[in-house]
Design a protein around this ligand. Structure first.
Ligand SMILES: [Zn+2]
Length: 125
């Protein structure tokens, strides 16, 4: 059950609304629960809100249905290895907060630069 959902209260058996209230006085970890708007009986925990991905996914599906179209597939864009060819993805690139250094020449380098000695760095997992 979520905040402001209508329900039949198990305590007073009336059609009521679930109101959010703070169940503890812990300043650092407040716990919010639901209670009957009429009699104040505890109605349990608040359901976790849907994740943004599911919500947006549903919204996309609803929009597609509204417009009478097919469901929309998520598109993955991969520009390919050529796009990643640059000092920032090179094995010899040393990233430092103040300057980026090339391990081969020892000189400062530009992450967006490119050179003939480029070697792909293995992806961190
Ligand atoms: Zn009640």
């Amino acid at each position: 059950m979520k905040e402001n959902d209508s329900c039949v209260c198990p305590a007073c058996k009336e059609k009521s609304i679930a109101r959010k209230y703070r169940a503890n006085d812990d300043f650092l970890a407040p716990e919010y629960r639901l209670r009957c708007a009429l009699c104040g009986a505890d109605l349990g925990k608040i359901d976790a809100p849907q994740s943004a991905e599911t919500t947006s996914g549903n919204a996309t599906q609803k929009l597609a249905a509204l417009l009478g179209g097919e469901s929309i597939e998520k598109v993955e864009i991969d520009p390919g290895d050529h796009f990643r060819h640059g000092c920032r993805n090179c094995k010899n690139f040393i990233a430092h907060p103040f300057k980026a250094i090339c391990a081969l020449s020892g000189a400062e380098t530009d992450p967006m630069a490119d050179c003939e000695k480029f070697i792909f760095r293995e992806e961190k997992k």
